[in-house]
Design a protein. Structure first.
Length: 150
């Protein structure tokens, strides 16, 4: 009883899951190994304890009743799902043509817009960004960078 595989075979023996050849091999080892017999007895006690204290769930209706309810809900969901998908597909049909048309219109508007220099509007006094003074401080030790714009 040294390996994990043999311990799993003992557990399968207690649960009645071994074929006849493995069961005979385990019974042969159990006849000569007291530690294996003790483990099998502990596993049987644990199995009995779990089975005796396992809660039993009782439902008022039969299994067939619940399954019929599930089938009805599936049928209703499939019917409404098909109707909704047809309605959505009509809206998506318009969107399929509308989105590229809006994209082409946006590009046309951007191309048609005049630039500032071409419009002939003179700027008085320059922009605020041209008059600004900025300083930058970086500290690698603290891992911080500070930008001061005045």
């Amino acid at each position: 009883m040294k390996t994990t595989e043999f311990t799993l075979n003992l557990q399968a023996y207690v649960d009645g899951e071994l074929d006849s050849s493995r069961r005979a091999e385990v019974e042969r080892v159990l006849a000569s190994d007291a530690e294996a017999r003790q483990l099998v007895e502990g596993l049987r006690q644990l199995s009995d304890l779990v089975r005796s204290h396992e809660p039993v769930a009782r439902v008022p209706e039969s299994r067939e009743f619940y399954w019929s309810q599930i089938q009805k809900r599936i049928a209703v969901a499939e019917a409404t799902g098909n109707r909704e998908s047809r309605e959505v597909s009509g809206a998506l049909q318009w969107l399929r043509w509308l989105a590229p048309a809006l994209g082409v219109a946006a590009v046309a508007v951007l191309i048609a817009l005049p630039t500032r220099e071409a419009s002939g509007v003179a700027q008085a006094g320059g922009s605020a960004l041209e008059d600004a003074v900025s300083m930058t401080f970086r500290s690698d030790a603290d891992g911080v960078t500070i930008h001061w714009i005045n």
